[in-house]
Design a protein around this ligand. Sequence first.
Ligand SMILES: [Zn+2]
Length: 495
Amino acid sequence: MTDPRSLEDRALDDPDAQRALLAQRAEQMTHPRLLSAELDRDDHARAALDLLDAIGVDPSSLGDVAGAHAALIARRLARDELAVGRARAAIALLERAERWQASGPIDALAEAKVDLAQAFELVGDATGASAAWTRAIELARQCAETETRAWLVHECARALARDARAVGDEASATELEAEADRADDDDITAQLIGLAPALAWFTAKWTDGEPPMLPAPEAWLSRSTGVVSNASEDPAVAESLRCARVFGTGLDFVCLCGALSGRDTAGAACEQCGVESMRAARTLCRIGHLPLPTKLLHPATLVAGPCGSMVALALDLSDERLAAVLEGRRCLRRAISAPRGADTLEPGSSELREYDEGRGDPSVVIASGEEAVIEAIEAIDAAGALAECEVERRALEGHRSAHTAAGRARIAALEARAKVLARLCEDGASAAWVSEVVPVWSAPWVARAPRAAQLRGAYVALVTECERLSGAWAVGEGDRGALRERVRALLACFD
Ligand SMILES: [Zn+2]
């Protein structure tokens, strides 16, 4: 590390040291501002600009890069001056920044113009403010990053609308207000599109005889910003339903403890409280995930379609038989490796007795309950079963029984089974059918949902149940049934 004193000393007569000094100070200014470190850093940065001023060196004469560094320092210092109400000092700094870097990153220039407009307003210079707002909105509209664009266009359009209304220009005011709202909506819409797979987890269902299209967990888990594991609704409580680390504080550009504050901290996570600084509206587009204490069949896989549920069709069972297996009234019997379907046995049957006594067929598994069904779905040779299914359907279509009621019903069932097996052949499908995690929407998203109160209650009940079961030494079939009902209640809010 270079000693900052010696670098400053050398900067008195060495242009290279002057450039290095500006680069170092500019880099320090781009770190998220922590309250504790802020004063010291700002003082150092200011001292560097003062030093060049004192010896009569204009930063832009040191080249474009040095000019850009000096402009960045001046813009950041101006924001601090503005924050404590020293608007004239802020204006002086912003005007120097413009001189040192007339063109450059649009986002930074637009933000600086917004600051300048606010500073002019503070000193009562309406003409200066109006010119700055007008230029700021032109720049803001060109920002590439949607969050920055939404924020800046929103600020500028609101200010210009207020000015237009003050002079009686209602039409312009209305138009500008609409632009402000649109900028917000664009940002939120773009974010929500990325959450479509998480939404599909709740809404996938049979449509026109096509089986539900469930998203693979990784399609939405990658968007999750953290685990939710307790039903508290306090943002300060870790992993709660409103946990600020997962969903944000719901305030514009501040972390939970307040160490991060202001627009230039956007996107940074606080080193102290771990909360990211972002626009309040972005909370809508955050999701967390709730790990379940045991694997569950996704409820959509058990909803009956035209010829039965996805799970029943995949295993080639009737819905009644599948329900009996899930409730422990019958046993599922399937091949150990690569089963292409399954059948069921009554409790107390002779084959079951032989199996229990260790004399049964060693190539089959006989078990009951949801776990047995999950294992069968995970083990199934979907491609092999699909091929067999097609062979049987073609054979049946050529047979004279194809025209009987029973024959037609079997053909329809085989067609439905083929669709379900084709779905199960897709990448990650068995993981999508079996849920281990549940997406958790943010509180503001839930509040905007059509059945907000019901959805909120369903989340509280599900998370509470998961909390209870995570303390249990084993999750029995009865607990699993209760858990499944809680997940169903959640999905029912989306019907
Ligand atoms: Zn913090």
